[in-house]
Design a protein around this ligand. Sequence first.
Ligand SMILES: Cc1cc2nc3c(=O)[nH]c(=O)nc-3n(C[C@H](O)[C@H](O)[C@H](O)COP(=O)(O)O)c2cc1C
Length: 361
Amino acid sequence: MNSIGTLFRITLFGSSHGTCIGCVIDGIPPGTIIDEVAMAEDLALRKPITGIGTPRKEDDMVQILSGVVGGRSSGSPLTIVIRNKNTDSSAYEKFRDVPRPGHADFTALLKYGTDVDIRGGGQFSGRMTAPLVAAGTIAKEILKGIGIRTGAYSLAIGRISDEEERVLDDILQIRSLNPTRAADAMLGTCMEEEILTAAQEGDSVGGIIKCVCENLPIGIGEPFFDTLEGEISKMIFSIPGVKGIEFGSGFAAALMRGSVHNDTFALHGDKIVTLTNNAGGVLGGISNGMPLEMRVCIKPTASIGKIQHSVSMCDMKQVELQIGGRHDPCIVPRAVPVVEATVAITLVDLCMRGGFIDGKG
Ligand SMILES: Cc1cc2nc3c(=O)[nH]c(=O)nc-3n(C[C@H](O)[C@H](O)[C@H](O)COP(=O)(O)O)c2cc1C
């Protein structure tokens, strides 16, 4: 459905080429600073980038319709609206008959019927993630109150991969200057080339986003079913184009011995820490006080320029499809702030449920 969260709850509405997109956020502690400048900065990270992004202009001017008085949350539901402009939907009509391979046209039409809004990808468009980024700015502000910081960056795009351990301050600073949202300028240039090469061939590339969260108290996560990994994963899989998530050493754990994978406990002053972080900051679905670390796999963009095979559903015949319009040859850079925002939103909800954040402000 279109709402997520228990005590910090987001309801998403709108569609890519409808009047607007937006969200209602319930559970913001009264008095929380609603920083519209920070919101605009986060949204700027999600915009298409000249050269490596779609040439379409996404004007993400946020309007806050309720829940704020004098720049602070009033405690009542906060409504964010982003009006849609620049919407030529004509290129999408043919997907009602001939669905794009890899996109949601096929399943949306079969599940919801011909009344479904397919313009610009409708509710399945990456555009739906803009209000989530705006909500994420508020979530990060709430987390700041208990010292938690989050940051995401492009770990890999196509064949170019970042093998270095990165510090959160560097991630936040460098990725903003870098169109690919890499945490290293040189790697960013190589990633740009990787995207441009695919785009010139009428193709697309995917990649991996890494997200790191620091200063989590021990105890976030509500087993059995609402574990820290489980709640984050559910939220992450709502981002269009996500195909996987791993925490800590993730799938590589399958190749390790227990003696290597186990994170040894040690004393650091009066704190118990682990010497490695193969667990990615989670044990038994509960934060263990180490940094929460995850990697999110983003698929190559479905809408590509190359001629592809599909089926005309009216004629029940195999046909060739060439997709026009404006599409990102790589979603990864634009999904970086979305991953960061959705992780922050989930952490706020779990922190409220665990009593780490007082929802009453
Ligand atoms: C920020 C963002 C931008 C996106 N832009 C495009 C795009 O230009 N073209 C496209 O085909 N898919 C794009 N997507 C991905 C599709 O929305 C997604 O692949 C589609 O809805 C099918 O869902 P699935 O990939 O999760 O199965 C984008 C996703 C995000 C998060």
